[in-house]
Design a protein around this ligand. Structure first.
Ligand code: 3BY
Ligand code: FES
Ligand code: FE
Length: 417
């Protein structure tokens, strides 16, 4: 008789071969999805939003991660706070999804009322001996790293986030992302597992054939190439880019702009990589013609030719350029559905239609995100097919995927799977 019991998650992890994509079950199974949420979205630091999502006192926005709902807000003293969206009376949600402006947090159920600090100030009919101070909203462990909000939902957050903090605080300082303006936001639901979304973003093997708009400004060299499979002309071009990378990185560094690769992958809990990338063509920005979309540069930036400070985490990617930034957050919704929330940031005083054209600002990443969603859905469909076998990653163009898959297995093991 056929064994109809599913294998344990641990035995699926065991079956992953180095250098190969993950076994199907890791992209498709509901129990793996639950384990992923717990390990990668509760026990690790994740990127959930920006200080500038809530620029003014009273601004609040809700972010849902699995069963957990968070309120990111700015309190009356202008401090950013992250609170659990769970009333301390009988648990009702306080705020619905989306963004709002509030002076207090009032529970719709029985009107328990909290200050924006989370302090419970009003709880009718609870008696004079009721101690409100024990029922404040639960705060969430968070960090603003260069204006990017990271949370960790565990009581024992990985402390190696310190490297990310040190590196990113320094690299993002000139862009002053804390005080930027969110000019546009999109939510795209990809029909694929979150790991396929992340893998897709960690290679540019697919770029030439799929991202005509992005390829105007994006040099995929950082994502590798195999000299033996390039014709003479393309090889000469690739080698020219390599030289350019070395020269620019050296020159930028010499001028005091940190640019080289810093990464923390396998062997660490907190997974990140950053590097200042070269922008192709006009060299300024990820737009259709690679020129800046906003005439008001970000923060204290005075030049448009400082490339693209690229930052990846295990649930995010971002590009910080002279004139604007693009950040993407990834949240798994089910084994085969993933939210990709993309935000475009400009200088806080930049005015749409005066300093920037919204279409020029957003069109490249809107197109790229749609194209990537299509590719991820194709991958998901393929890995769900019984004919799927894990395939070999290119050691030239996909080493970051092998790193990611290896890190994934390592972290699952570290959490007892
Ligand atoms: O996801 C993409 O389309 C590319 C691949 C590398 C980074 N990203 C711009
Ligand atoms: Fe919030 Fe009762 S559940 S006031
Ligand atoms: Fe892509």
């Amino acid at each position: 008789m056929l064994n109809t019991f599913p294998s344990s998650i641990s035995s699926v992890l065991d079956s992953r071969a180095e250098g190969y994509s993950l076994p199907a079950g890791l992209y498709t199974r509901d129990d793996v999805f639950e384990a992923d949420l717990d390990v990668f979205f509760r026990k690790h630091w994740i990127y959930v939003g920006l200080e500038c999502d809530v620029p003014d006192a009273g601004d609040a926005t809700v972010i849902d991660i699995g069963a957990t709902s968070l309120i990111l807000l700015r309190d009356d003293d202008e401090y950013v706070r992250v609170l659990h969206n769970v009333c301390r009376h009988r648990g009702s949600r306080l705020l619905d999804g989306g963004s709002t402006v509030i002076s207090k947090l009032v529970c719709p159920y029985h009107q328990w009322t909290y200050e924006l600090s989370g302090e419970l100030v009003h709880a009718p009919h609870m008696g004079t001996d009721f101690d409100k101070s024990c029922r404040n909203l639960k705060p969430v462990n968070f960090k603003s790293i260069g204006g990017l909000i990271y949370v960790c939902l565990s009581d024992t957050p990985p402390d190696d986030v310190i490297t990310l903090e040190e590196v990113v605080d320094e690299r993002l300082a000139p862009y002053d992302i804390r005080n930027a303006k969110v000019a546009h936001q999109t939510d795209v639901i990809e029909h694929g597992n979150w790991k396929l979304t992340m893998e897709n973003n960690r290679e540019c093997y697919h770029c030439a054939a799929n991202h005509p708009e992005l390829c105007v400004s994006f040099i995929d060299l950082d994502f590798g190439f195999d000299p033996a499979t390039l014709n003479e002309e393309d090889r000469a071009e690739a080698e020219r880019h390599l030289r350019l990378y070395a020269e620019r990185t050296q020159a930028w560094e010499a001028e005091g702009h940190p640019s080289g690769v810093v990464e923390q992958v396998c062997g660490h809990a907190t997974n990140f990589r950053t590097q200042r990338l070269i922008i192709a063509g006009a060299g300024e920005s990820q737009t259709r013609d690679a020129t800046a979309a906003s005439s008001k540069l970000l923060g204290k930036m005075t030049r448009k030719d400082l490339g693209d400070t690229h930052l990846w985490g295990h649930n995010c990617w971002s590009h910080f350029m002279g004139d604007h930034a693009v950040t993407a957050m990834v949240v798994p919704l089910s084994a085969n559905r993933t939210l990709v929330r993309t935000k475009w940031l400009v200088h806080k005083d930049a005015v749409e239609g005066v300093d920037y054209d919204l279409n020029k600002l957003t069109e490249v990443w809107i197109a790229t995100t749609e194209q990537d969603a299509e590719l991820v859905a194709r991958s998901q469909s393929g890995v769900e097919d019984p004919a799927y076998d894990p395939g070999p990653y290119s050691r030239f163009t996909e080493p970051q995927l092998d790193n990611f898959a290896t890190w994934y297995i390592e972290r699952m093991r570290a959490h007892g799977y």
